[in-house]
Design a protein around this ligand. Structure first.
Ligand SMILES: Cc1cc2nc3c(=O)[nH]c(=O)nc-3n(C[C@H](O)[C@H](O)[C@H](O)COP(=O)(O)O)c2cc1C
Length: 326
């Protein structure tokens, strides 16, 4: 096999292996991101990266983000990524964009949200020679063509198998990846349920040129998630997961007393707004995943947990998933 296999993703991002560790609220930090980038992938800070407490102001959010970016830079000289959308409130997006440009972040994730035109932002990033990865919350051929038209460098096709906020249409990774790959000329990465080399190979066979993964990076030594959460990921399979309605669509969680409460709300007919207001209002993700408090939180993961058998160092995981790219 040829050494250092390159493809469009590795060329665009300036990395060795076509694998990106996706943003994850509360469960990323500078150490994880640097470990991914040092291992040849692309690490990505998520919302609240490296934090243990909720911010009390927007100023605090930006101060913390700047500090965490600088920490990544002290741990690696390799490229890494940061999302420009770090809350549902898009009024401050220009401030975040300017911060990322000032801090010389090389790759930016654009979370494709409907009814917001990202074209001026993407153009601004391009003018600063920053690469953009566009991941629509609800992937479709229409928004893939839109992303291509506004000049993003890489698209992510996310299937319903993913952890965190899932797309509104119940289209699995196996179905969405070829659909989006066929529609555009720019390279596509596959996301949702990818946690072992078979899934990597399948994604590539379906037209993806890279892997965009979250859950599999939670069960790593460098991830800031609570140790009991990592073990729960190892101990469960996709068939154990609870799934319930919320905003914007659905959520799945490893069974915890708290996630059973959310499921019960769904089963008794509470509205999506009611369920969302409990889980987001009570900071269920932070409580469950970062603090490891299963009575106060949920543990959202993708369907790939069936294939996660141990908690490993990031480097070992990446070398395993990217075996074919050596
Ligand atoms: C715990 C958790 C939190 C997440 N939070 C975010 C987030 O804040 N922003 C975002 O763009 N994606 C978020 N995601 C989605 C990931 O970036 C990625 O798309 C997804 O994890 C891929 O699916 P997988 O988990 O099956 O690998 C989150 C995923 C998980 C598991």
């Amino acid at each position: 096999m040829e050494a250092n296999k390159k493809n469009r993703i590795t060329e665009i991002l300036g990395i060795k292996y076509p694998i990106v560790q996706g943003a994850m609220s509360w469960v990323t930090n500078a150490e994880l991101v640097a470990a991914v980038s040092n291992a040849g992938g692309l690490g990505m800070l998520g919302p609240h990266a490296g934090q243990k407490t909720s911010p009390t102001s927007f100023q605090e959010i930006t101060d913390r983000l700047r500090k965490e970016i600088r920490k990544v830079k002290s741990l690696t000289d390799k490229p890494f990524a940061v999302p420009v959308v770090i809350s549902n409130d898009l009024t401050d997006i220009d401030t975040i964009a300017n911060l990322l440009i000032e801090e010389d972040v090389k790759v930016i994730l654009v979370n494709g949200i409907e009814n917001f035109d990202f074209e001026p932002l993407v153009k601004k990033f391009k003018d600063h020679n920053i690469k953009t990865i566009y991941r629509a919350l609800n992937p479709s051929v229409e928004n893939a063509l839109y992303a291509e038209r506004i000049g993003v460098d890489i698209l992510v096709a996310t299937g319903f198998d993913e952890g965190g906020t899932v797309p509104d249409k119940i289209i699995g990774t196996f179905s969405i990846v070829p659909m989006i790959s066929d529609a555009v000329h720019i390279p596509v990465m596959a996301a949702g349920g990818i946690a072992d080399i078979r899934a990597v190979r399948a994604a590539m066979a379906l037209g993806a040129e890279g892997i965009f993964a979250g859950t599999v990076f939670i069960a790593t030594e460098e991830n800031p998630a609570a140790e009991n959460v990592k073990q729960l990921i190892v101990d469960h399979t996709a068939s154990d997961l609870l799934i319930f309605r919320t905003n914007p669509a659905y959520y799945r969680s490893i069974p915890t007393p708290y996630s059973h409460e959310l499921l019960a709300m769904d089963e008794r007919g509470d509205t999506r707004d009611q369920i969302a207001s409990k889980m987001y209002g009570e900071q269920g993700l932070k409580a469950g995943m970062l603090d490891g408090d299963i009575n106060k939180g949920y543990i959202t993961v993708g369907n790939g947990i069936s294939y996660i058998k141990n908690i490993r160092p990031v480097k070992e995981l990446i070398e395993d998933l990217m075996y074919d790219f050596n």
